[in-house]
Design a protein around this ligand. Structure first.
Ligand code: ZN
Ligand code: ZN
Length: 492
């Protein structure tokens, strides 16, 4: 074998896919400095933000980018380490101690899910364990790994996958909802016996604050900037497509049907030919996730989940969620009865809170999502900004309905004194937990950009604009005139 043959073989072994597998007849452009609003689908130019400011979509007011005044990596990392310490301490501490006529019972955070499993309500036990123990632990570990990796000059290839899983799992870590569940359970137990609050309650409260602080100081855009973008794009099948980088304004834009933005990292790609609306267009050259213009089968999937949630909604409210046995006699409690009981006991704010979280929120989610699906089907152009806002609201408040499920899990674990006093879970709770989970999935599956698509607002006649900047985070946006309408209109 000659030297040149050997070097050719070596090159093939080290770099198996060379230029031969690249389709040079096609090309994909990365549009730099722009992003698609994930809530309405408007492509807009992102200005360079100063620390302490944020950019909002001028059409639907969705927050698009934010620069914190704090250090972008070190501050969330410090809060993340605090969360990890609090989490470990929480696992090994006592949640509450109950004393009923000299008989005592001590529970920790694990007791609730275990007792539910013993009673035959395994599915709810697993849900409670995921929301209070597993998801927070995994989310803290992931964030720790992401932030440690972000300290390096170039982001390793596994980080984008962790970032995606972090986004998916974060809503299922419900520490802040659990602390309210603990509070409601406490007020119900005080009536029954002497209750002593354990260290775990304070640790969960601390964990809630430190996890919220991690999210508030986290700047994902800064982390993404550490990640090098590949020079090619992998389509779902066939040879790779060469990438070029263009700043917006340099060249006229392609029709909107050629553009795809990555929902995971926000990169905007422009193809040389139209891309199917829901079919995957390939793998993102920055984060490696499958990119498509709109979520696949979004409407039919959310309708299916919504219908399932409505089916569970009636039994969830008619059947008792728990049975309280005192001196051998037991009475069932439905969700509404639980709230009324708090009202009668004089806990009016807490009763209103439970009523809001357990009755109003599920109804608002079902009615709100049905309204959005119907108006999208009818291609309605009315109240688009309001509908986008409604979508964001029901996405945020959805998890608060879990208060009742957490409360029952704590009460079942604590009150186990045989015929003297005991609390058992009932079928109503399974139905209620199903409503909460199904509506969370339904909201997540729905693509809010479809509302603007159906109204014809995302066509090629729409001018892409620059995101408005709020001077300080949380304020209403004040658009800066020098940035407005400085992009080329979309051209068909
Ligand atoms: Zn928007
Ligand atoms: Zn991406």
């Amino acid at each position: 074998m000659s030297v040149s043959q050997f070097t050719d073989l070596m090159r093939e072994a080290v770099m198996p896919v060379q230029d031969t597998s690249v389709d040079h007849t096609r090309h994909v452009q990365v549009l730099e400095g722009v992003m698609e609003c994930p809530c309405c689908g408007l492509i807009q130019k992102l200005p360079e933000l100063k620390p302490g400011t944020q950019a909002r979509c001028p059409r639907c007011n969705q927050s698009l980018d934010r620069r914190n005044k704090t250090a972008p990596i070190a501050t969330p990392l410090a809060f993340c380490i605090t969360s990890a310490a609090l989490y470990v301490a929480m696992l090994f501490s006592t949640l509450m101690m109950l004393d009923l006529y000299g008989r005592q019972r001590t529970v920790d955070i694990l007791t609730g899910p275990i007792e539910l499993l013993h009673e035959g309500w395994g599915e709810v036990g697993v849900l409670v364990a995921i929301a209070t123990i597993l998801a927070p632990g995994i989310v803290i570990a992931m964030m720790g790994m992401i932030l440690t990796a972000a300290l390096r000059p170039s982001l390793p290839s596994w980080v984008p996958h962790l970032m995606k899983w972090y986004e998916l799992l974060r809503p299922w870590s419900m520490v802040e909802v659990y602390i309210l569940g603990v509070f409601v359970a406490y007020t119900k137990l005080v009536d029954l016996a002497f209750v002593q609050v354990g260290a775990a309650v304070y640790l969960v409260a601390g964990l809630m604050v430190s996890m919220a602080a991690t999210d508030a100081t986290l700047d994902t855009e800064i982390i993404w900037r550490h990640r090098k973008i590949d020079w090619f794009m992998r389509p779902m099948r066939g040879p790779r497509l060469p990438l070029t980088f263009v700043a917006v304004g340099e060249e006229p834009l392609m029709p909107s049907s050629n553009r795809v933005s990555c929902l995971s990292c926000g990169l905007v790609l422009e193809f040389d030919r139209p891309v199917h609306v829901t079919q995957p267009a390939g793998y993102c050259p920055r984060c490696g996730h499958v990119v498509r213009r709109r979520k696949a089968n979004s409407m039919s999937r959310s309708v299916a989940l919504l219908v399932s949630a409505i089916v569970f909604y009636l039994p969830a409210n008619i059947y008792p969620v728990m049975t309280v046995i005192r001196m051998g006699a037991g009475t069932g409690h439905t969700i509404v009865e639980g709230a009324i009981e708090l009202w009668v006991d004089g806990m009016i704010p807490l009763s209103l809170l439970v009523l809001f979280a357990s009755v109003t929120v599920p109804v608002l989610k079902v009615v709100g999502l049905s309204y959005m699906v119907m108006t999208t089907r009818h291609k309605s152009r009315r109240h688009l900004a309001f509908r986008s806002k409604l979508y964001r609201i029901i996405d945020i408040i959805g998890r608060w309905s879990m208060i009742d499920v957490f409360m029952v899990s704590i009460l079942v674990a604590m009150v186990r004194f045989n015929h003297m006093a005991s609390i058992t879970a009932n079928g109503g709770m399974v139905c209620f937990a199903a409503v909460v989970v199904l509506t969370i999935f339904a909201v997540h599956t729905f693509d809010p950009r479809l509302m603007w698509d159906a109204a014809g607002e995302n066509g090629d006649t729409v001018f892409a604009r620059t995101a408005g900047i709020a001077r300080r985070c949380g304020q209403t946006p004040a658009q800066t005139s020098e940035y407005l309408d400085n992009m080329e209109p979309d051209r068909a």
